[in-house]
Write a protein that binds this ligand. Structure first.
Ligand code: ZN
Length: 332
C-alpha cells in the first residue's frame, strides 16, 4: 500500500510536521490494542464474538510467506494465486481468475503478467458489496520482504471471510476480490500502482456492472497488533462512517481514531467508476506511536501481528454488510 501526500510528509519529516498539518491524533490510554477486555461491550447479542478465526488467519499468512517473494510477475505470486484458488475451492466456492498484462515503468520487467482472483457468494439483498485487498508483495532491492501485514493480512482476512460466507449466507451478495499488483514496481505514481484494482474497475465499467454494487470495502495492513484504522479522506464518507459506527457498536469505539489523511489504495479505482468505497488500513506499523518503521521493510513479519486485529476487522466488515448493502440512505 502506499500513502499519499500527508503520510509521505509524515514519514519524511516526522511527528512535528504531522502536528503542524493537524493530521495527528491523540496518543495514550485511549490507544486500542486488539483483544482488550472491553471489546464487544454493548454489542448486539448475536455480534459478541468475531466469526473470524484470527489464529487460522495467521497460519494462512505463514503459508503464503513460505511460498516465497510474491511481487507481481514472480513464481511466488503464481504460487500465491494457486494457494488462494485452492483454499476457495476447498470451501466449496467457485473462484474466477482474470489474467491481464500490466505495462510498467520497470526497466527490465516492463510487461508483467498479473491476475486477480474473485469469488462471488450469493446473498439476499439486490446489490452486491465488494470486499477486496491485495495479495502481491513489494519488490525491494536487497530486501527479503515477507509482507506479513502488507499483502499477507489482507489475503488471510479475505480467505477467512470467504470461508465464513461459504457456510453462512451473507445478507447481500458478496464479491471477494484478491488484487494483484497493488504495489508500485518502481516508485508509486498514479500509473505505477493499483494495477489489479484498476483492471477490475475498468472491466466492471466495460461490462456495465457498476450499478450492481452498493459499496466496496478494501482491507490492507490490518494485522498490526496495535491496530488503529486511519481516518482516510479519499474514502466515500458514508461507507467509512458505516464501518466506523459498526466498530463502535461492537465495542471498539477508538479503533477508527487513526491519523487523518489521504491514502491511495485499491479503493480509489472503484470510487472513480462510481462505486462508493472505503479502505480500512493502519499505516502506523512500527514500534512506537505514529511510527511506520516496519512498512516496506524486512521487519514486516508475522511476530508483529495479532490474530485479534484480523478478527476485529473481519467482524466489523461482516456486521456492516446489511447497512452497506442498503446504500447511502443509511447515512445519519
Ligand atoms: Zn505496500
Amino acid at each position: 500500500m502506499q500513502c499519499a501526500v500527508y503520510l509521505r510528509l509524515f514519514l519524511r519529516l516526522g511527528i512535528a510536521i504531522v502536528a503542524v498539518l493537524g493530521v495527528c491524533c491523540c496518543k495514550g490510554s485511549t490507544e486500542v490494542r486488539s483483544g482488550h477486555g472491553t471489546a464487544n461491550r454493548g454489542a448486539r447479542p448475536n455480534e459478541r464474538a468475531s466469526p473470524i478465526d484470527g489464529v487460522r488467519a495467521i497460519g494462512i499468512i505463514e503459508d503464503i510467506i513460505a511460498l516465497g517473494p510474491r511481487h507481481a510477475g514472480t513464481v511466488g505470486a503464481e504460487k500465491t494465486r494457486q494457494y488462494i484458488i485452492g483454499q476457495l475451492r476447498r470451501f466449496g466456492l467457485d473462484p474466477q481468475r482474470d489474467d491481464f498484462t500490466a505495462f510498467t515503468p520497470h526497466p527490465e520487467l516492463k510487461q508483467v503478467k498479473m491476475a486477480n482472483i474473485t469469488v462471488d457468494i450469493p446473498g439476499k439483498a439486490n446489490k452486491k458489496v465488494l470486499i477486496g485487498g491485495h495479495f502481491d508483495g513489494k519488490i525491494l532491492d536487497g530486501v527479503d520482504f515477507k509482507g506479513a501485514n502488507d499483502g499477507g493480512s489482507s489475503t488471510a482476512l479475505l480467505l477467512e471471510l470467504a470461508q465464513y460466507f461459504a457456510a453462512h449466507t451473507p445478507p447481500c451478495p458478496v464479491r471477494i476480490a484478491f488484487f494483484d499488483g497493488e504495489e508500485a514496481l518502481v516508485r508509486w505514481t498514479d500509473a505505477d500502482s493499483l494495477y489489479g484494482s484498476k483492471h477490475m474497475a475498468t472491466r466492471l465499467k466495460q461490462d456495465q456492472e457498476v450499478d450492481g454494487f452498493a459499496a466496496a470495502v478494501v482491507v490492507d495492513m490490518i494485522g498490526d497488533a496495535r491496530l488503529r484504522i486511519q481516518q482516510e479522506t479519499l474514502s466515500t464518507p458514508w461507507v467509512f462512517n458505516t464501518l466506523a459506527r459498526t466498530a463502535a457498536r461492537l465495542g471498539f469505539p477508538d479503533l477508527f481514531n487513526g491519523s487523518r489523511g489521504a491514502i491511495a489504495d485499491d479503493h480509489v479505482p472503484f470510487i472513480q467508476i462510481g462505486i462508493p468505497a472505503a479502505v480500512l488500513i493502519d499505516m502506523n506499523f512500527g514500534p512506537g506511536w505514529q511510527s511506520n518503521a516496519y512498512w516496506h521493510t524486512e521487519r514486516d513479519t508475522v511476530d508483529k501481528l495479532s490474530p485479534k486485529s484480523i478478527e476485529t476487522v473481519g467482524h466489523i466488515v461482516i456486521a456492516s454488510l446489511p447497512e452497506l448493502a442498503r446504500g447511502q440512505m443509511t447515512e445519519r
